[in-house]
Design a binder for this molecule. Structure first.
Ligand code: XIL
Length: 333
């Protein structure tokens, strides 16, 4: 298709990213990726359970391939992700000798901290400057908890201090890397405010946080682009980098999963995308990259469990053809 390249259209504003899986690195999907995108994130290949499935036994093949592909094609890699309650191997929270679940005893805490430090250091130092940006901590806030923190195994064993520790280990491993806190629903005030407060506190304490990653798994009904603008304005006052890390614009509302996607909805989606990228463009001074969580519709996680929605969140359809979403973003005027 002889259409403008998205990365060229946004040259000088922010990088255009996509989440990728290994099979996308060859064939027609790879051509589309190379034409329009200049940043990639591993959809799952760099998660802990993939990289270190057994303690001390690293499995590098997929992530090495991704990094080599990015290098060969002049793309940035966003590393994703270290400290999360999902995508972690079974052994991580169990005692190495007894196999019993780790507790918050000082001895068990030390085991988990050592594992965190070793994993972060090993992975970051393997890639060095080839992965200049990492999502260090993912989804640590849970507004349903009285203290605001997700009560994950990390939290149960280590308390909230595990967050600062992860950033400190990462900074010590590769001092030049940009270290992000990444979370979802930061476009809504109820979540933006506690995330903002946590980051403000970490920064005030000298913890080396260099960016906020907004996942932005949106639908075109909610939030409004104005809400997104407000959120980016709020976080801009922290003085750190921002990135949109996992963008989705669903055409089904969260409450009503549609059986099929109509052409009319795809046109509406195009208008929503247009307004959204107008907002992003207005934030280009601190917004470093905008990553969609996939390259084309057939790749979307929204069609799988637990969402099971008839979804088409991307710029390109199942046959890799540009949709109204693409045109909305390519010509945001
Ligand atoms: C999802 C991937 O898309 C799936 O393929 C995988 O099975 C589970 O994880 N927040 C994140 C991402 O930070 O890593 C998640 O990705 C989506 C939610």
């Amino acid at each position: 298709q002889d259409i403008p390249s998205l990365k060229d259209v946004y040259q000088g504003k922010f990088l255009i990213g996509a989440a990728v899986k290994t099979p996308h690195l060859t064939g027609p999907v790879s051509e589309l990726l190379g034409k329009h995108f200049n940043s990639i994130t591993a959809e799952y290949q760099m998660k802990w359970s993939n990289v270190e499935p057994t303690e001390g036994k690293y499995s590098w093949a997929d992530s090495d391939r991704l990094v080599a592909y990015a290098k060969a094609n002049g793309m940035m890699v966003r590393g994703h992700t270290f400290v999360w309650h999902q995508g972690v191997p079974g052994w991580l929270f169990n005692h190495p000798v007894t196999g019993a679940p780790l507790t918050n005893s000082p001895a068990d805490q030390q085991i988990l901290l050592n594992r965190m430090k070793t994993h972060i250091t090993t992975v970051m130092q393997r890639y060095g400057d080839d992965i200049p940006v990492w999502d260090i901590v993912n989804e640590a806030i849970d507004t349903k908890q009285a203290d605001g923190y997700r009560h994950s195994r990390w939290y149960e064993i280590l308390g909230p201090d595990y967050i600062a520790k992860a950033f400190e280990y990462a900074h010590a491993a590769v001092p030049t890397a940009k270290l992000y806190y990444n979370d979802y629903e930061t476009e809504f005030t109820f979540k933006a405010v506690p995330v903002y407060n946590m980051l403000k506190d970490l920064i005030a304490r000298g913890v080396p946080v260099s960016g906020i990653g907004h996942q932005m798994h949106l639908t075109m009904f909610n939030p409004t682009p104005k809400q997104v603008d407000d959120a980016l304005n709020l976080f801009a006052t922290l003085g750190i980098d921002q990135a949109i890390t996992e963008l989705d614009v669903g055409v089904s509302s969260r409450d009503l999963a549609l059986p099929t996607v109509s052409d009319d909805l795809l046109v509406q989606q195009g208008y929503y995308y247009k307004r959204l990228y107008e907002v992003f463009s207005a934030h280009a001074d601190d917004l470093v990259s905008v990553t969609t969580w996939g390259i084309y519709d057939a790749q979307t996680w929204l069609r799988g469990w637990p969402m099971k929605r008839a979804e088409a969140p991307r710029f390109f359809d199942d046959d890799l053809q540009a949709k109204p979403a693409y045109w909305g973003v390519v010509d945001p005027t």
